[in-house]
Design a protein around this ligand. Structure first.
Ligand SMILES: Cc1ncc(COP(=O)(O)O)c(C=O)c1O
Length: 409
């Protein structure tokens, strides 16, 4: 039926599609389903008590600033705290270069609003974060996909593309413990990418919500830090950070560290989007951060996810049939599984749901199609017991599909 609203839609709105993951989450809410599908932090890892105490204190002591409209740029003390934290990571920034966002997801949308005209070329990893594709598709870019391997985005392929005359508006990189593939850009490739950015005037968006969740001894050095080393200040990289994985995603507090020349436009774009990020959340986050909660809490989050990653790797070794490969993430919340070419992950999902196990088929993370025999597994949300049980059921579903496919061939 044609309604007045149908004819009123913009062309960009045709590109608005539901995230496969959010749709899948609705099916997998049943408690007996073991879900590796969502990208959810473990609720056991939320610092409930500290956040409750801080919320009560904020509302009792400064209700006017917590409940009133605030500046678009964000709560000044929190910006100051983050500028110091970024500088500690080698991303030398002043308070003015830090803008608080409503999650890093909003940062992605704002950057799309600022940089993407219809038909503009945007370079993304293949596979890439689905939420970035969702944010940018309505602006109607042409996605240039750059493959990744166990060392992250293949910079040699990107350079070939640049040499052949392709000029993306920016390249989008989830540099550490990538969502969805779990891989981390190697130090050599980081260096090569930042030099390429300088040589070709290539803007980089570095999305780093998982950087703090490392299982080895050291946090990978952000591309933004290498940019500061190379250029003396942040010049080629926009860095997006988030409290979602280190405190709680329901707070909806993230931030962008921006080259100075971008700050004004970024703030104007945010003014039109939501005026400002929730003041109450920002002040609560500042309160717990200034009580040094991150120093106490992040190691506990790392330990929990590390144990869950180990459980998933061990279960995969134990149960997976021959011919299945997977990544071994050194941090973050996801790993990536590759099936033999003749098995389709969407068909596998049907077989898996019959056994009450869920995951996200990898095709969702491919900007231009493909990836039909890949899938993403989340290990941060299920407990280790459920991880062992779920991987065993997944292996069973693979066997069932393999037998069926062989029979039908
Ligand atoms: C790579 C990546 N970027 C951005 C986001 C959005 O996070 P936030 O909760 O900060 O909006 C996520 C969430 O899963 C993510 O994985």
């Amino acid at each position: 039926m044609n309604t007045i609203w149908n004819t009123a839609f913009s062309q960009g709105s045709e590109q608005l599609i539901s995230s496969a993951i959010r749709e899948l989450l609705k099916i997998t809410e049943h408690p007996s389903t073991i879900s590796f599908a969502g990208g959810l932090p473990a609720p056991e890892c939320f610092p409930n008590i500290e956040l409750t105490v801080a919320a009560e204190r904020v509302l009792a002591n400064q209700p006017m600033s917590a409940l009133q409209y605030g500046p678009t740029e964000g709560y000044r003390p929190l910006r100051g705290f983050l500028a110091e934290r970024m500088t500690g990571l080698g991303i030398t920034t002043s308070l003015e270069q830090i803008i608080i966002t409503s999650g890093s997801q909003q940062g992605l949308d704002l950057l799309g609003k600022l940089f993407i005209d219809p038909g503009a070329v945007v370079a993304v990893e293949e596979p890439t974060y689905l939420g970035a594709l969702q944010a940018w598709r309505p602006y109607r870019p042409e996605f240039l996909t750059v493959p990744l391997d166990h060392e992250g985005i293949d910079v040699a392929v990107l350079e070939k593309m640049l040499r052949s005359g392709k000029r993306p508006r920016f390249v989008y990189v989830v540099s550490s413990f990538q969502n969805p593939a779990g891989v981390t850009l190697s130090p050599a490739r980081r260096q090569a990418l930042i030099e390429m950015a300088a040589q070709y005037d290539l803007p980089i968006i570095e999305d780093d919500p998982y950087g703090d969740i490392y299982y080895g001894g050291v946090r990978p050095k952000p591309l933004a830090a290498l940019d500061c080393e190379l250029s003396g200040e942040l010049r080629h990289v926009v860095y997006l950070g988030s409290f979602s994985k280190i405190l709680a995603p329901g707070l909806r507090v993230g931030w962008a560290a921006l080259p100075r020349e971008l700050v004004g436009k970024f703030v104007q774009a945010k003014q039109g989007m939501d005026l400002h990020t929730t003041s109450l959340s920002q002040i609560i986050v500042y309160e717990v951060c200034s009580d040094r909660l991150l120093e106490r809490h992040i190691p506990a989050v790392r330990a929990t996810y590390h144990a869950r990653r180990d459980a998933m790797l061990e279960a995969l070794e134990q149960h997976m049939p021959f011919g299945i490969n997977w990544t071994r993430p050194n941090g973050g919340m996801f790993l990536w599984l590759t099936l033999p070419d003749f098995l389709d992950a969407a068909n596998l999902l049907n077989a898996a749901l019959d056994l009450q196990i869920a995951f996200v088929p990898g095709a969702s993370f491919y900007a231009n199609g493909g990836g039909n025999h890949t899938l993403r597994l989340n290990f941060s949300h299920p407990t280790t017991t459920r991880i062992y049980e779920g991987v065993s059921r997944l292996a069973q579903a693979i066997q069932t599909l393999r037998n069926k496919t062989v029979r039908e061939a």
